[in-house]
Design a protein around this ligand. Structure first.
Ligand SMILES: C[S@@+](CC[C@H](N)C(=O)[O-])C[C@H]1O[C@@H](n2cnc3c(N)ncnc32)[C@H](O)[C@@H]1O
Length: 387
């Protein structure tokens, strides 16, 4: 049985651009970072720490726990080390199920699926020689997941303690048109430094992701409240005592924020209906005011430190660029005239259109929506005569 209390190397992966927000979250949980990469961070901890991280993190994709790091020139060496140096019979139940995922950049390997098969064979053959029986394997990632990271001549085998990605937060019943991934929405909100008590206005809410994530962040509702299966549960040695305690703690941590203002507005009735359903599934519908309007008609509450966060279409997947130029210009005018005292944010993947906003951004933060390079643009909307 594998020990859940033995310390090791943990890598938390995330989408490009999300790492600074992920770092904030991990540090808020009391962990110290050992390293920081473009698509993840490294720290030390146990499998029990992996459980806590899986339940709590909004901006992560996978929590990986290192089993072995080794020099590896080719597939034969990979097979050798994986079959001999890791006691798989202490990790995977012989009647269980596992899958192998990988990230491979080695000149002897042209297809990473081949590396996956080598790892799978190595595990299966070890089981056959020791137990004369082997666990099932395949592509489903809802049980044990073994991850291979192999770059040049250095390889590392991890237990992917998440299995299915953490980037989906489990409440989105209907995606709507061009929705933001939940982890990206959370990462952009954390990047705004919103104080979690002032108004959060989302004038083009679509399926509601940003408004819902804002409500989840403000009330300290963590993604683990919405998910019941993780890969760590299938590792031999998993006892649910720690998990159940952590899960109860998630419920106890929920905050009741009296008077919190979150507005989710859209011009499309379908979008508003979908946003309401998704917010209901997340248990935060009553915290959000839903409005069906052109954003130009929104009444912005007069409050200090509010955040107004636009995620307009950007011409790649929806709408055409020329028609959108007017919308971008109007967003700039609206923020300048009606949102004084707020911090304004526009998240877009179209930097040409962003120029039409007509305000000078105070900050441009790089994010990625899948493969599309995006920017979160911040505008300081001075109260009084400065604007
Ligand atoms: C890219 S989508 C937003 C996606 C959203 N962030 C999500 O995660 O689902 C842009 C939204 O802006 C809305 N929209 C476009 N023009 C608008 C306007 N003038 N006023 C309000 N909403 C508008 C569209 O109906 C669409 O739902």
């Amino acid at each position: 049985m594998h020990s859940f209390n033995k310390s090791g190397r943990i890598i938390i992966t995330c989408s490009k651009g999300n790492a600074p927000s992920l770092q904030k979250e991990v540090e808020e949980l009391g962990y110290k970072l050992k390293d920081f990469f473009q698509t993840g961070i490294q720290l030390s901890g146990t499998l029990n720490d992996c459980i806590r991280l899986n339940l709590n993190l909004r901006c992560a994709n996978h929590i990986l726990f290192s089993l072995k790091s080794f020099e590896c020139r080719d597939a034969a060496q990979l097979y050798n080390v994986v079959s001999k140096d890791i006691q798989w019979e202490n990790i995977i139940d012989e009647s269980g199920y596992f899958s192998v995922t990988s990230n491979v950049q080695n000149e002897t390997i042209t297809n990473s699926l081949y590396a996956n098969v080598k790892v799978k064979d190595a595990i299966a053959d070890r089981f056959m020689s020791i137990k004369n029986r082997r666990p099932d394997s395949g592509s489903k990632t809802d049980k044990i997941v073994i991850n291979l990271f192999w770059k040049n001549n250095q390889a590392e085998i991890f237990l992917d303690t998440s299995g299915e990605t953490l980037s989906k937060h489990g409440y989105r019943k209907i995606p709507g048109r061009a929705p933001m991934m939940e982890s990206l929405a959370a990462a952009t909100i954390l990047a705004t430094n919103w104080n979690r008590t002032a108004p959060f206005i989302n004038p083009m809410c679509g399926s509601g992701t940003l408004a819902i994530e804002a409500a989840l962040i403000a009330t300290n509702r963590k993604p683990g409240l919405y998910r019941d299966n993780y890969a760590f549960m299938h590792i031999l040695g998993f006892e649910d005592t720690f998990y159940v305690k952590e899960k109860i703690f998630l419920t106890e941590q929920i905050l009741d924020i009296a008077g919190l203002i979150i507005i989710a507005n859209d011009i499309s009735e379908d979008a508003i209906n979908i946003a309401k359903i998704n917010a209901g599934a997340a248990g935060v519908a009553e915290l959000i005011t839903f409005d069906l309007n052109d954003f130009n008609e929104i009444n912005i509450p007069v409050e200090k430190d509010g955040v107004i966060f636009f995620n307009p279409e950007y011409g790649d997947r929806l709408g055409e660029e020329p028609a959108l130029e007017k919308t971008y210009r109007e967003m700039g005018d609206f923020m300048k005239q009606k949102c004084k005292g707020y911090s304004g944010f526009i998240f877009t993947g179209n930097l040409n259109l962003a120029k039409k906003i007509g305000l000078k951004p105070k900050k441009r933060i790089e994010f990625y929506n899948g493969k599309i390079e995006c920017r979160l643009l911040e505008y300081e909307l001075y109260d009084g005569s400065r604007n």
